[in-house]
Design a protein around this ligand. Sequence first.
Ligand SMILES: [Zn+2]
Length: 360
Amino acid sequence: MPHSVDPLRSAFADELQRVSSERELRALRDRYLGRKGGVVATLMKQIAAAPSGDRRLLGQLANEFKTDVERALAERQQALQDRLEPVEAVDITLPGRPIAQGRRHPLVILRDRLEDIFAELGYAVVEGPEIEDEYHNFEALNIAPDHPARDMQDTLYLNAPIDSRRGTAPPSERTRPQVDRAATLLRTHTSGMQIRYMEAHEPPIRIIAPGRVYRRDNLDLTHTPMFHQVEGLVVDESITMADLKGTLTHLLRELFGPDARALFRPTFFPYTEPSADVFVSCHACHGSGCPVCKRTGWLEILGCGMVHPAVFEAVGYDPERFGGFAFGIGIERLAMLKYGVDDIRMFYENDLRFLEQFPH
Ligand SMILES: [Zn+2]
């Protein structure tokens, strides 16, 4: 006959200590509180059989023990649940977690900016096919059959042009593909859109044509086999070089700030005459010379010129009546100069640490 419940208390405390799952806790509860054979039930039976003088005190101790066991089991149950379901333990005073937001790619930011600038000047934005034929990509743009750009080393042909002398020769033997309107290629520039648009429309024309272009280049710091251009074309009566210079100077000031200066240096393109490379004063040193501009004070931004009469003739426009200018901007090059990026491959590696640096 027990005279104390202390040994039971310490045994229970030991067992409770070792419980590490709800299953073990249920087993412990059954062992102590089970109606038949449970430790507490057995104790009560023993007390009922005890001499009446001891019964009252023992009954009181047993009831206290039972209450303590119930409370300890309940607390342990709660602790296990808290551990298993941490989502239940929400601190509503914590600040919320920011939701990751998508953003525009830097090349898209610049393309959109260019579209906005020209839209304000009344230009329409048009798009054309990336799979182009030799006629629209070269011939109609006054690019002669023996021009090096037509070499298969530079252009990605989809079906090889027919060489009348040797049949279909492997690319290494082919230096002068014959003009073949059926030959298809990945367009090497967006200038083919000049032809496609003029074929379908009468002047006046004011368009820009953004899009992807392809060259047979290996990846390096400044070359990728695919990149982006924005083509511009204006055709009307009495369009002069002054219109071209005014438009592009405005463009450069919109892109690089109101103090930006433009420099036009004569160059050669088959589809414009005269032609010019356009430079903007270096925004990093304001023209005094720095590593960004290779100490020249100027950054080469784009190529442009007055539409060549042969191009007008190809689309059936009268070159005596109409004048026009055209320009082509490489978006990657512009982005590298504007944002100070020195490796073009960064734009295609999808590294968020790089992409997240650009303003929305
Ligand atoms: Zn500079």
